[in-house]
Design a protein around this ligand. Structure first.
Ligand SMILES: [Zn+2]
Length: 264
């Protein structure tokens, strides 16, 4: 997790607010007791006898601030949509960075949030813009730019069509379960195919790691809830995002009714 969300002088940072990091380790052979192997033994102990053979980021999250509760309903919904779209614009860049860094990843889950409101989409590599859209824009042909503009429209529509959830509600919890079952675990199960070279015990490891990643997703959810709670502090009494003892549905600030056709 990182708080490095402030773009540096007009540029962009390449770190989303929260990522789920998936690692696979293998046990390594202990070095001999030979005095020459002292450094190797220290290194072995420091790594607990394990070696990381795989690391990926199957889920990235970008969170924007909470919407002011003093707004009228229509203003509130319009601002919330604007903030979610800002997060989703950032996510389009982060997805490009992640797919560029990880040449074998076939899909990544993107989660956008404004305060305690959130929605998610699983994007395949083919659906995402290449990093050159940002780094070499001036060299791209008009045809390419047209193609990329269409991809942006399609990505925005995927987010627009995704259910909008309010953390702490039963619907939100069900959506997290859906994310885990229909996206996160399938991504991990596809590892044997996606990462053949770095997954020596892929099938066995994927099973173990699926369980761990499910925990990581829950930790990310808790972290998001904490961040949302922090962002919502001025209105905290009315925004029990992390509370399970109250009926958060009835006290959610506004209806999750989607605002359509407001994309740029
Ligand atoms: Zn992985």
């Amino acid at each position: 997790m990182t708080n490095a969300t402030q773009p540096n002088k007009g540029g962009k940072d390449s770190f989303p607010d929260i990522v789920v990091s998936h690692t696979v380790t293998i046990k390594t052979k202990a070095p001999s007791d030979n005095p020459d192997a002292r450094d190797a033994r220290i290194s072995y102990q420091r790594r607990l006898g394990k070696k990381v053979v795989h690391r990926c980021f199957p889920m990235i999250t970008e969170l924007k601030r909470n919407t002011s509760r003093s707004l009228r309903d229509d203003e509130f919904e319009a601002l919330r949509e604007t903030l979610l779209q800002e997060a989703e614009k950032d996510l389009q860049y982060y997805l490009a960075v992640q797919f560029h860094r990880d040449k074998e990843a076939s899909s990544i889950i993107a989660v956008s949030g404004s305060g305690a409101w959130w929605r998610w989409v699983r994007f395949s590599r083919a659906e995402c813009l290449p990093l050159s859209y940002w780094t070499h824009r001036a060299t791209l042909s008009d045809e390419k730019m047209d193609e990329y503009d269409k991809m942006i429209v399609d990505m925005n529509k995927r987010f627009d069509d995704a259910p909008l959830n309010y953390l702490g509600t039963a619907e939100s919890d069900a959506e997290w379960n859906k994310l885990r079952k229909t996206a996160l675990i399938p991504i991990l199960e596809a590892h044997a195919h996606d990462y053949p070279s770095s997954m020596p015990e892929a099938l066995q490891a994927a099973q173990e790691q699926a369980a761990q990643a499910a925990q990581a997703a829950q930790a990310a959810q808790a972290a998001q809830a904490a961040q949302a709670a922090q962002a919502a502090q001025p209105a905290q009494a009315a925004l029990p995002v992390a509370s399970s003892s109250r009926n958060t549905r009835s006290s959610a600030p506004k209806s999750p009714k989607k605002k359509k056709g407001s994309k740029k």
